[in-house]
Design a binder for this molecule. Structure first.
Ligand SMILES: [Zn+2]
Length: 136
């Protein structure tokens, strides 16, 4: 008898994050940009970190950034992630400023370093696309 396959949980869009996930399905990294001061922010924050305005537009970010920090996960927590062990958990600082929690793909964990330039690459699922990053 074989063990049942347990899938990796995939985030689902809600009303506030729908433009982010729809953009991802089209290969665009969408972020919120403050209409008052121009500061970019992660979805789905209700207010600007700089001026507290709640006014914003959805804009396509460049998809470029650098690794600010990372760790490599060896511990088995959720069975859906077992096939990916050991995987990295990385914070990428986008050129626009927001810092995204993500994974670096397309390079072994041993080649990751702080300051490494990376570009977005989407991991597509049935109803969403998750932004991952790869070295430039
Ligand atoms: Zn602002």
């Amino acid at each position: 008898m074989t063990e049942p396959v347990i899938e990796k949980p995939i985030p689902e869009a809600d009303d506030a994050s729908k433009p982010f996930y729809e953009g991802g399905m089209a290969g665009r990294l969408m972020m919120m940009k403050c209409s008052s001061c121009g500061t970019w922010r992660l979805p789905s924050r209700s207010h600007c970190d700089e001026c507290l305005s709640d006014q914003y537009t959805w804009e396509q970010a460049s998809g470029r950034g650098v690794i600010r920090t990372f760790g490599v996960m060896h511990q088995k927590y959720h069975p859906g992630f077992f096939p990916e062990l050991p995987y990295n958990v990385t914070i990428v600082e986008l050129e626009e400023g927001p810092r995204v929690v993500t994974n670096i793909v397309g390079a072994p964990n041993s080649e990751l370093r702080v300051g490494l330039p990376v570009v977005v690459q989407f991991e597509k699922h049935a109803d969403s696309a998750i932004p991952k990053f790869r070295p430039v």
